[in-house]
Design a protein around this ligand. Structure first.
Ligand SMILES: Cc1cc2nc3c(=O)[nH]c(=O)nc-3n(C[C@H](O)[C@H](O)[C@H](O)COP(=O)(O)O)c2cc1C
Length: 357
């Protein structure tokens, strides 16, 4: 068996030990998931912000578009509560940004998050080949119900304790999300600082902690990272930031420009962990709104309250091509991303991974 034909690859009949990582938000398009799956990676749709109807339509479009495996990803709901003082303070910060963007003052959001029960009901009905999730561990009963529909279940862990918990709940595989990763931290059992473990340490720790396939994610930007992940015992590598410049990705023009801003200067892309946009720690490129909130993050209301309050600001900033008020989620290796078609990214990364052995 080749080093690349891991049990995970065989089980899902992939061509490569590669996952196009789920990326919720404007980035999530059926076209990207489809292109990645058709090219033999596990394409994943970050559907956490989708309405149930959009989720249903997307799963049907994916099934119609490929015979190959693909994943649909949702956020497991986490408990949260409202705190009027914190919410008012955050709304005042958003109001400042609205003024800068010449928008009317912000209005309280109508709803704070999608209805997970309605979303998961669609997943159970439409039965995509793979369901993946983050922010928490799905109930054991839900995992069983998904598996009874022949859906392969992947949970996200940022710490060995979380991987063990996911294994107890019965999931089929674990995505090890290293501290380098772009986007929200999946941490759910530990204070998030304790779960900022780099991929080089996290992957072998999880491989030893559970008997399930481990998928490495976080800071893997090209074939060198994929080869390293396989050496660490991962059965596949998940790349998120490397697909942000894919033609099929929904990344806005301003976001793309920010990711490519240092390409001709030899400079570095600076990322930081911030709660500024959503209330939950996430890694993204530094910009003005991140710095406006920096240092006062412990005073923010719970996720998803800031996420809902900041949405009109982010949408307007995307329209105005102003990257200073967008959440620019990106991992520490985001500079390795190239503007190519998803299939070209996959071919380039895999060719490079092969040359590493
Ligand atoms: C823009 C963006 C959005 C993301 N959204 C999700 C998501 O909806 N669900 C999820 O499980 N992970 C999400 N992530 C994390 C990725 O799935 C993955 O763990 C991460 O991108 C891997 O690290 P890398 O960015 O260094 O490749 C997101 C990452 C990015 C960059």
């Amino acid at each position: 068996m080749s080093r690349f034909e891991t049990p995970f690859v065989q089980r899902l009949r992939l061509l490569h030990p590669l996952v196009q990582a789920p990326m919720a938000g404007e980035t999530a398009t059926v076209e990207l998931t489809l292109a990645a799956s058709r090219a033999g990676a596990l394409g994943s749709l970050g559907a956490a912000y989708f309405t149930p109807q959009r989720l249903r339509d997307s799963i049907r479009a994916l099934k119609a578009g490929t015979e190959r495996a693909f994943a649909v990803n949702l956020f497991i709901p986490v408990p949260w509560s409202r705190d009027p003082m914190r919410e008012a303070a955050y709304a005042a910060e958003i109001a400042k940004a609205h003024a800068t963007l010449k928008l009317p003052p912000p209005e309280p959001p109508q709803a704070f998050e999608e209805n997970f029960d309605a979303q998961i009901a669609v997943v159970l009905e439409e039965a995509p080949p793979v369901f993946s999730c983050t922010f928490g561990a799905p109930d054991a009963a839900l995992v069983k119900a998904l598996q009874a529909r022949d859906i392969y279940v992947i949970g996200t862990a940022t710490h060995p304790a979380e991987a063990r918990e996911l294994e107890r709940r019965g999931v089929d595989a674990i995505l090890a999300q290293g501290a380098e990763a772009g986007g929200h931290r999946g941490t759910f059992l530990k204070p998030f600082e304790q779960a900022m473990i780099g991929s080089m340490a996290l992957v072998p720790l999880l491989v030893d902690a559970v008997r399930l396939p481990v998928i490495a994610a976080g800071g893997i930007g090209d074939g060198r990272g994929v080869a390293a992940a396989l050496c660490l015992g991962a059965q596949a590598a998940a790349l998120g930031s490397s697909f942000l410049l894919a033609e099929e990705c929904g990344t806005s023009a301003a976001y793309r420009a920010a990711l490519q801003s240092v390409n001709n200067t030899g400079g570095d892309l600076e990322t930081a962990i911030t709660r500024a946009f959503s209330g939950r720690p996430a890694r993204g490129l530094r910009n003005r709104f991140l710095e406006q909130i920096e240092g006062r993050e412990n005073l923010l209301p719970d996720y998803p309250i800031p996420n809902a309050w900041s949405r009109p600001m982010r949408q307007a900033a995307a329209k105005q091509s102003d990257a200073e008020y967008l959440s620019l989620w990106a991992g520490q290796a985001a500079k390795l991303a190239r503007p190519e078609k998803a299939a070209e990214i996959i071919a380039r990364v895999m060719q490079q991974a092969h040359t590493c052995f």
